[in-house]
Design a protein around this ligand. Structure first.
Ligand code: ADP
Length: 167
């Protein structure tokens, strides 16, 4: 049984993430999607909200489980007895950072391998940050995220918009 782990912020999950999840789930027996909670990074969605959205969009993929981890990824890998980390690569700009992370994780545990999956052409420009920017200013994110995610984004930004002051 080959287990793989797909870590990220998923703030929120986009169609680019979902594409990697679907493709990785076809290759491995079990895929754990791990919401990494990094206290130095401020997020729009709480860990619980990010997990709930991921669970919703992956609920028809039987070999995918969604969880979270707050510490070092290699410790999660050891506790899960998983050896493969899946990362998505969008552009050369992703490479530098991911290269460092992969080498660092292997230094911390030489049983861990990082495998990179190329983005789908269609999603090569897509990031959670960009999705949030578009949604913040009322643009349509229908092509970028699943409907449940689009609805949550609308709710977040509506709640954050101050009501007009007519006084
Ligand atoms: P981001 O905020 O940039 O979307 P995440 O930490 O949520 O970043 O990303 C988790 C993983 O998913 C990373 O390996 C990242 O490279 C990958 N990823 C993010 N967006 C895409 C995409 N559009 N296509 C392929 N991989 C992606």
């Amino acid at each position: 049984m080959i287990r793989a782990v797909y870590p990220g912020s998923f703030d929120p999950v986009t169609n680019g993430h979902l594409d990697i999840i679907l493709r990785a789930a076809r290759v491995f027996d079990r895929l754990s999607v791990v919401v990494m909670s990094n206290q130095s990074k401020s997020t729009l969605f709480s860990v619980e909200e990010r997990i709930a959205l991921l669970q919703e969009v992956t609920r028809d993929i039987p070999n995918v489980v969604v969880t979270h981890h707050g510490g070092l990824l290699v410790h999660f890998m050891q506790s899960e007895k998983a050896q493969i980390i899946i990362k998505g690569l969008r552009a050369v700009s992703d490479f530098e950072y991911e290269f460092q992370m992969a080498l660092m994780n292997r230094t911390l545990d030489d049983g861990v391998e990082t495998l990179f999956m190329m983005t789908n052409n269609q999603y090569s420009y897509l990031s959670s940050s960009l999705v949030k920017e578009v949604a913040r200013f009322g643009g349509s994110v229908a092509e970028l995220v699943q409907p449940v995610v689009a609805a949550e984004l609308r709710a977040k930004f509506l709640a954050a918009t101050p009501s007009p002051d007519f006084t």
